[in-house]
Design a binder for this molecule. Sequence first.
Ligand code: GBH
Length: 626
Amino acid sequence: MKLLALPSLLLAAKLSRASVVQPAARWATTTTASSVPAATAASPTAPAASPTVTFPAVGSIPRDFSPQGLEELWSLVGSVEPPPFTTTREPSLPIPVPSPPPALYPSWYAPAPSAIFPNLSLPEGFIFGVATSAYQVEGATKMEGKGPTNWDWASRQPGFIQDNTTADITDLNYYLYKEDAARAAAIGVTAHSFSISWARIYPFGVAGSPLNQEGLDHYSDVIDSHLAVGVDPVVTLYHWDTPLALDAYYGGFTSPQIVDDFVNYAKTVFQAYNGRVKTWYTFNEPSVSCGSTSQYPFNASMAPGVNISTAPYQCAYNLLKAHAGAVKAFREMGIQGEIAYKNNDFVGLPWRSNTTDDIEAVERHASFGIGLYANPVYVNGDWPQIVKDTLPESYLPRFTEEEMADLKGSADFFAIDSYASQYVAAPPSGTAGCQANMSDPAWPACNSVVLYDSNAGWAVGPSPDPASNSWLQATPQMLRGYLKELVERWPSDKLYISEFGMDEPYESMRTEMFQILEDSTTTNYFMTNLGEALLAIHEDGIPLMGTFSWGMIDNAEWNYGLEPKFGIQHVNYTTLERTYKRSAYALCVFTLVLCFYMQSLTLRGLVTLAEFFASHGISNSNATTV
Ligand code: GBH
């Protein structure tokens, strides 16, 4: 199997790989189907490959909440590129939606799903959402009183962002949110899941520090602008961007001090937007951000007594308490709507189905990948047993009875960023041997993800852009089993796919718009996953009530920069113009032009349109022509 030719990957610690979750499937160094892949070969975090960064010693920066104090924090970041304009742009309405593309395949090759799924409809109130996050789309990094964040700082550290871009401007959604909301509405999207940047609300992060009214007003208008076009705002409080002040003051999420500061921020936001936002998330994918605390360059700031081995687990403990505290406040304040956090990762299938150790590896993967956060919240208030059996208390603090009581039930539904589900294998030393040996390279999770089968070495599914090759594949055939495992292990009455999507292979290498917009791999990813989701609802009884496609627009993909293209809309980074890709059309559900398109492409039959429209209270005879 061909190795990726991306040597800088080794340097630029991939944030997602940095996850504590699992030492990742290395893309195979061999196709020998029966050999177990090395667990953590060439770790991107290898100290030799990580340039050193300078960050002031934790606690050495005084808590100076004056404008000069803020400038001092910004000086840690360095210069920031100013946006090309600094006022909110009013879109001209209606948004033009060009005629849809022709069918992807001849009908003998891709039969209409309506023929395959007769009379299946989506449940009433099903949400067709899109998703983004503040750092990835907003830009306007230093505008309107915002404080610097960990990512504003990290994106300037040597070798960290693979394509050397920053997110200083990215999509400039900070000034273009009205247009983005209207463009989402124009293709039938019913909700937009976005995040609020904590440092725009509290530039210094801490409770008792100055509130930035401009930031609070900004998101208020973002929310109103969505409501005005019929797109429900779904708000995440933390999508990996910590106010840099908190890293400087006490080491961010590796310090217990973060708990009160997060709850203070959460309360401010709840109060401000109560009644207008109906679905809330405290955290996005906590295992990823906690995993990154021990990774370059974020490991430059850790709380006293915390080291790179313990940081992810100290973070998990603090973050869960922050989550529980925010949810407690949410309920005490009588805030309307529902709240949860966004899970990531999957349970997976044993790589060698008849191998006990791979079956055990799946359990370890589930426990370390999802259970570390989801067991406390959805099961019993406590860490998974496998995790407790592996990690001593010096790594992973144990919860008090009171903490457990606060955690248990601290979510109203279950949200999963269900990008892919793959195989899981035991490490070469075996799960038991690995668990007992703290110096095993696969310790503590002691499993690895494998992206190809154990028989002939075939991929689990089509590959994304090479930038995401290390973890992502289109795996729709795994989705039903994946969702069943989630519901069985972490019971809830309602499930959302809070993110799913794919970066179109090689899109960044293309220059012609007609080629860029033809994102057929991504289109197939969405259509096949949605078809399986529909079957999961009907045949497996999964209480799935919404899906959120990542991303609403192309955006800054963390340490990969602007290169990978996850958007269902293209963004021209010179003009900032957005253009719908094929995948956006395929996802559309409401607009009549596009429903017409649905007759000719894969989304047709995903629902019986007449039923779908009726269940949404939309009566239009054109809608019944399918
Ligand atoms: C989401 O996370 C993010 O929420 C979003 O911001 C991002 O833009 C989007 O995905 C696309 O990447 O390297 O084998 O250790 C993606 C989920 C979870 C993917 C952790 C990588 C680690 C796998 N990520 N996962 S591995």
